[in-house]
Design a protein around this ligand. Sequence first.
Ligand SMILES: Nc1ncnc2c1ncn2[C@@H]1O[C@H](COP(=O)(O)OP(=O)(O)OP(=O)(O)O)[C@@H](O)[C@H]1O
Ligand SMILES: [Mg+2]
Length: 336
Amino acid sequence: MLEENAVVANESVLLEGYAPEDALHREGQRRVLAECIKPASTGKRIRNVFLYGPPGTGKTMLTKWIMSELEKGASRVKTVYVNCWSRSTAYAVLGEILHQAETFVSPRESMLSMTRKFENATRHPEKKFIIALDEVDHLESPEILYDVSRSGAGLICISNNPYALSGVDDRIKSSLQVEGIEFAAYTADQMADIIGQRAKYGLAPNAIARDEIKMVARMCNGDARVGIEMLRKAALIAEAENKRKVSTDHIRKAFNEAKFMRKTKIESRLNDDETEILKIIRSADRINANGIYEQYAKKVASPVTGRAVRKYLQKFAKLGLIKHEGDVRWREYFAV
Ligand SMILES: Nc1ncnc2c1ncn2[C@@H]1O[C@H](COP(=O)(O)OP(=O)(O)OP(=O)(O)O)[C@@H](O)[C@H]1O
Ligand SMILES: [Mg+2]
């Protein structure tokens, strides 16, 4: 019988919330981002930035890391991080900013009063605000970007979609003036370094060989979240089989599990209406928007409008959950 934890030494290193000491292969992005936001430490206005790139490329990680570094080193800086997926209305975003700025907000505070409180907080002569809006394309209205940038706070916008900000109107665009920073998918070699680093800190010594690390790196398509999760799963499978080393077979098994991970992560964040609509599309071969709406309206007690459903469909397509074919009028949807 092997001793416990023969393969996994420190599982927390392999979990999503873990913040690595140093981000590999992101020196360029780190330098540009640091240059843009550094003026805050001397109370000056920062250059707003827009980080974009596919999933698992270190955008959230680097943003959180750099904000915490800046806040540690400069007492005049207050950083705030908001994920717009879970807070998609201007009201929710402002509420979260104020909460993190330790400003009291009552549950029935009006929008007007929240906006005032926000302006007062950001006008503070001794504190410069830097506000990160992650998954910014999930905002219901881009108006809040205007309010934030006009307040003198610095903005870090983040999205998978490089065009997330190109649809906003010119008034907002010119007040934002963002500097774009691209986060491309990692190459297999870069990924091997990232996986190797996690293996070093998270697994027992020699629990995985270089060739197996490379195999994980090749299989995760430049997405570090998937790669790290695959490493974790493979290590747990090896351990469950009472082995001391992760084999190619363990990795293959982990890959089959990890493949579904992103999808389920996305799905867990859908609301009840969205979940229902997705189910309908999945149970149909191909279906048009009217057909979807008809079935959906029968299933739920208080259906959202047809327009809202069309918005959900666009969102599903963007998230890669469904595809469509045909011209707008004859468009048919199907699950991926
Ligand atoms: N360069 C890197 N070095 C070490 N770990 C990394 C690196 N890039 C990403 N990671 C790790 O991979 C995981 C995903 O990274 P992160 O959450 O920053 O991705 P993201 O670009 O924000 O993805 P998404 O667009 O899906 O939100 C995290 O656990 C992070 O610590
Ligand atoms: Mg992210």
